[in-house]
Design a protein around this ligand. Structure first.
Ligand SMILES: Nc1ncnc2c1ncn2[C@@H]1O[C@H](COP(=O)(O)OP(=O)(O)OP(=O)(O)O)[C@@H](O)[C@H]1O
Ligand SMILES: [Mg+2]
Length: 348
């Protein structure tokens, strides 16, 4: 299908082999009315035409406000939800269309770390059983003894004491629980890990430790990450590239440096203006952009550019024509804005 953004996912030279190619990804959740005779009265357009390439060993940040479709995108790639349209090609196979044994194999290779370590771990299972569960489900890892030694090894890899294998989640702190979640995600030796706001529920002092662990594991195991976050400050140091999402679509995509110093989409510029700046000189010169109004409902998104209702640059053109996610200006990154231009002094 032609993609809604008008762009096709293209691999970027110099970033390694493409490992996952997502094209035209769409997820609509039907809105129904009535109890006996359910009739469809609309759709929540949670993801509405997303294209990107994830490269081997890369960390791609996915950033945007609450409800813009980040977790839905993650679930589509994990096949926890089935896409309405689109393809996600991993290792020559389409995750969206995979069935049976092929889907099971794909599920081993793509794992997820959830947002909330307090609710994502079963409180009635020991951490040993939690980490071993994927091995049991997929029938790998040998006998009980071999699995236990793999679990001890995984506990050690994520910086937990292997002697705590029989403890329960409530006996660990938030940061330690997220390490358990990471160990579980690693159990099947995946190639891709989707981290859905892995540090948002943790104290700021603990966040850096978990991010450092993820970086260490990536260097040692050659993992590729999709790292989802609410705001741009969290992803800055871990991401090679950043995709900014608004109402189900990517509005800007570029390397960390391009996004932080040469963002051209007004929405990205507004998000950047909210990132704390430690340097007082830079703080004095920076431009603060306050967005008016709320994010419109994904059941009834604005025509044309979805950001136009909150954008200070919007004209009639923005209501009539959806801007494609293409290269704008001289910078080699993608921006979906008719009036894309670099703004000075947003982040100092
Ligand atoms: N199972 C579902 N049924 C109906 N609507 C859904 C479902 N899951 C998500 N949505 C809707 O899809 C939209 C995108 O939700 P999603 O959870 O993907 O956003 P998000 O970017 O992860 O937000 P947050 O930052 O709050 O985690 C929201 O409007 C949400 O209400
Ligand atoms: Mg989410």
């Amino acid at each position: 299908m032609t993609t809604q953004t008008g762009a096709t996912a293209v691999a970027r030279p110099g970033l390694g082999e493409p490992i996952l190619t997502v094209n035209g990804m769409v997820k609509y959740f039907p809105i129904t009315r009535g109890i006996l005779f359910r009739s469809k009265i609309g759709d929540v357009k949670a993801v509405d035409g997303v294209d990107f390439v994830l490269h081997k060993g890369e960390t791609l940040g996915v950033v945007g406000e609450s409800g813009c479709g980040k977790s839905t995108l993650a679930k589509l790639l994990m096949r926890l939800e089935t896409a309405t349209a689109g393809t996600a090609i991993y290792d020559g196979r389409d995750i969206v269309a995979a069935k049976g044994g092929e889907l099971r194999r794909l599920r081993r290779q793509v794992q997820m770390v959830m947002q909330d370590p307090y609710t994502s771990l079963n409180p009635r299972m020991t951490v040993g059983d939690i980490i071993a569960e994927p091995l049991v489900i997929h029938g790998v890892g040998g006998n009980d003894k071999a699995r236990e030694s793999r679990v001890r090894e995984l506990l050690d890899v994520v910086g937990l004491n292997p002697e705590h294998i029989n403890r329960y989640p409530h006996q660990f702190s938030g940061g330690q629980r997220q390490r358990v979640g990471i160990a579980r995600a690693l159990a099947l030796n995946p190639e891709i890990i989707i981290c859905d706001e892995p540090v948002s529920a943790l104290d700021v002092s603990i966040q850096a430790q978990v991010i450092n662990l993820l970086e260490k594991l990536q260097a040692e195991l050659g993992l590729s990450y999709i790292f989802i976050a609410h705001d741009l400050s969290v992803v800055r140091h871990i991401c090679d590239r950043v995709a900014v999402m608004y109402l189900g679509r990517i509005v800007e995509l570029g390397t960390e440096d391009e996004i932080y110093s040469r963002a051209t989409h007004p929405y990205t510029q507004a998000l950047l203006s909210a990132v704390p700046v430690p340097d007082p000189d830079a703080r004095e010169h920076r431009q603060i952009i306050r967005l008016s109004g709320d994010v419109p409902s994904p059941a009834n998104p604005p025509s044309g550019c979805r950001f136009r209702t909150r954008c200070w640059k919007a004209t009639d053109l923005c209501a009539q024509e959806t801007p494609a996610l293409i290269e704008r200006e001289a910078d080699p990154h993608l921006s979906a804005c008719h009036y894309a231009e670099r703004a000075e002094h947003i982040i100092g």
